[in-house]
Design a binder for this molecule. Structure first.
Ligand SMILES: Nc1nc2c(ncn2[C@@H]2O[C@H](COP(=O)(O)OP(=O)(O)OP(=O)(O)O)[C@@H](O)[C@H]2O)c(=O)[nH]1
Ligand SMILES: [Mg+2]
Length: 457
C-alpha cells in the first residue's frame, strides 16, 4: 500500500513537472578571455537579485510586465551528485567584491550551474494557474577547448595541412621559425621515436603559447596544449602538425603522430563534446571584438575566423540525433567588455561587430554587452569620446579612448590598420556588495537575455 502511494505521488510530481517546468540549456561560448566566466557570474547574480525584487535586468522585467507577468522567485539548484564541477557564483562574486577586487582566474575545467526561475502566468486565466518554472542550465569551460570542435571532423593529414598553411603566414610565421626548422630537419620517412615526437610537441606548444600571449591570437589548436585540464599532459598529446598525405608507413613518425591525433580527438569527443557540448537550445557567442580591433589586423582576422567557426561548429553539432534537426533556436552574438566603448561610439561598435561575425538568419542577433560595467561615461574631450576607469593595480581613475571605431571591418591593408596597436586596459571591478543583494551593474546583458529567453519565458 505504502509503495503504491509512493508510486502515485511520484507520478503526480512528474506530471506536475511536465506541465509546469521547462529546461533550457544555454551554451555560453567564446574563445579564451572573451568573458564567459564573468558573463555567467553576472547572469546568475542578476537573476538571483531580480528574484529578490531588485530591478537588475530592466529590459527583461519590462518585457514580462507588458504581458502582465513577472519573475516571482529565482534559486540555484543545489549541486547534488553531479559529475561535473559546480560553478560557484558566490565565490566568484566574493573575489570580485573583495577588498582588493580581482577577476576570476582562467577557467581550467568544465563547471555547470542550474538556475530556476519561477514566472507568474499572465492573462485572466493565468491568475488561476500555478506559476511556470524555467530551469536554465549553463556550462563554463576553458575557451581554448572549443577550438577543438572543428578538429573532430578532420584527419591528421587535413589538420596538419591547414595548420601548416596558417603557420607560413604572418603573424605566425615569425613565431614558427624554430618549429619549422625542426620539421625541415626531419627525414622524409622519419621513424617513430618518442624523443623526436616530444621535442616537436614542445616546440609546437611553445609557439601556440607565444601566439596567445605575445600576439593575442586565438585560433590555436589543439586547445588542451594550452589548457591541459584535470587529466594533465599525457602521451596522447605528444603530436604536432606534420606534412604528408596518403596512408602513413607502418613504424613511421607520421603513423605514430596520426594515432595520437586520433586518440586525442576521441578523448575530447568522449570526455567533453558528446556529453556536454552536443545538445543546446540557445547559444551565446562572446567575442572580445574591441580587444581584437585594438590588437591589429592579424589578431582581428584571427578572432573573426575563430568566432565564425565557433558558431558554425555548434550549429552543426547541436542537432537532434533523429533527422538531424537543428536544436538551437536562438544564437546571440555578443561583443563583450562594451564598457570600454563610450556611449557615443557604441552604435558604430555594434555595426562593426555585426560585419565582423556576419549576419546569420532570423534566429541570430548581435549585441554589445558588459557583464560587469567597470567604467563610467565622461564628457567628450577634444581628442574624442572617453570612458573613465581604474586600471588594475592603480588607485586613480584614468581616461580611456578606444580611438576611431569604423562601422565596417576595414579591408586588408587599409590605412586604419596602420595605427599603433595597444592592449585593452584591464579595469578594476566597481565596488560591489559581496553578498550580491544588488546584482552586478551591467550593460546590455538585460537586452540580450530578454531576447534570448523571450519565447521560453
Ligand atoms: N571592463 C570589463 N572587463 C571584463 C568584462 N568581462 C570580462 N572582462 C575582462 O576580461 C577578462 C576575462 O574574462 P573571463 O570571464 O574570465 O573570460 P573567459 O572567457 O572565462 O576566459 P577563459 O576562462 O580563459 O576561457 C576578465 O579578467 C576581465 O579583465 C566586463 O564586462 N567589463
Ligand atoms: Mg573562464
Amino acid at each position: 500500500m505504502e509503495r503504491l502511494a509512493h508510486g502515485i505521488s511520484r507520478v503526480t510530481a512528474e506530471a506536475e513537472r511536465w506541465v509546469n517546468e521547462d529546461t533550457l540549456r544555454i551554451a555560453i561560448t567564446g574563445l579564451s578571455r572573451s568573458g564567459k566566466t564573468v558573463f555567467i557570474t553576472s547572469l546568475i547574480s542578476n537573476l538571483l537579485a531580480l528574484g529578490r525584487g531588485r530591478d537588475t535586468l530592466p529590459a527583461l522585467t519590462r518585457q514580462l510586465a507588458m504581458q502582465g507577468r513577472r519573475i516571482e522567485a529565482v534559486w540555484l539548484e543545489p549541486a547534488g551528485a553531479q559529475a561535473l564541477d559546480w560553478f560557484d557564483a558566490a565565490e566568484k562574486l566574493r573575489d570580485l567584491a573583495g577588498a582588493t577586487p580581482h577577476w576570476p582566474p582562467r577557467t581550467s575545467d568544465l563547471a555547470s550551474a542550474s538556475l530556476v526561475l519561477r514566472v507568474g502566468r499572465g492573462g485572466v486565466l493565468g491568475r488561476h494557474l500555478p506559476p511556470r518554472r524555467l530551469r536554465l542550465e549553463v556550462l563554463d569551460y576553458p575557451g581554448e577547448w572549443v577550438l577543438d570542435l572543428p578538429m573532430l571532423d578532420q584527419s591528421f593529414s587535413e589538420w596538419s595541412e591547414a595548420t601548416l598553411a596558417l603557420l607560413r603566414q604572418p603573424p605566425r610565421a615569425a613565431l614558427a621559425t624554430a618549429f619549422m626548422a625542426f620539421l625541415a630537419s626531419l627525414p622524409t620517412q622519419a621513424p617513430a621515436e618518442d624523443a623526436v615526437a616530444r621535442r616537436g610537441h614542445h616546440l609546437y606548444r611553445a609557439l601556440l603559447q607565444a601566439a596567445r600571449e605575445r600576439h593575442g591570437l586565438r585560433w590555436l589548436q589543439p586547445g588542451r596544449f594550452l589548457v591541459p585540464g584535470p587529466k594533465g599532459e599525457s602521451p596522447m598529446m605528444w603530436f604536432f602538425p606534420l606534412p604528408g598525405s596518403g596512408p602513413a608507413a607502418p613504424g613511421s613518425l607520421r603513423e605514430a603522430l596520426s594515432r595520437r591525433f586520433d586518440a586525442y580527438r576521441e578523448d575530447m569527443r568522449r570526455s567533453y563534446f558528446d556529453p556536454w557540448f552536443a545538445r543546446f537550445d540557445r547559444q551565446v557567442v562572446l567575442v572580445d571584438a574591441l580587444g581584437a580591433l585594438c590588437a591589429g589586423e592579424g589578431a582581428f582576422a584571427d578572432a573573426q575566423a575563430a568566432a565564425r567557426h565557433l558558431a558554425r561548429a555548434y550549429d552543426a553539432r547541436s542537432r537532434t540525433r533523429w533527422l538531424r534537426r537543428p536544436m538551437l533556436k536562438r544564437v546571440a552574438f555578443a561583443a563583450s567588455k562594451a564598457d570600454h566603448v563610450p556611449d557615443l561610439q557604441r552604435p558604430a561598435f555594434r555595426a562593426l561587430f555585426r560585419d565582423m561575425v556576419g549576419e546569420g538568419g532570423a534566429h541570430v542577433r548581435h549585441f554589445a554587452v558588459a557583464s560587469l560595467r567597470s567604467t563610467e561615461e565622461a564628457p567628450t574631450t577634444e581628442a574624442g569620446p572617453v570612458v573613465l576607469g581604474v586600471p588594475l593595480g592603480d588607485v586613480r581613475r584614468r581616461p580611456f579612448r578606444p580611438g576611431p571605431i569604423p562601422e565596417r571591418v576595414p579591408p586588408p591593408g587599409d590605412a586604419f590598420w596602420r595605427r599603433p596597436f595597444f592592449p585593452l586596459p584591464e579595469f578594476r571591478p566597481p565596488a560591489l556588495d559581496p553578498d550580491g543583494r544588488e546584482g552586478l551593474p551591467q550593460l546590455g546583458l538585460d537586452v540580450l537575455l530578454s531576447w534570448l529567453l523571450e519565447d521560453a519565458l
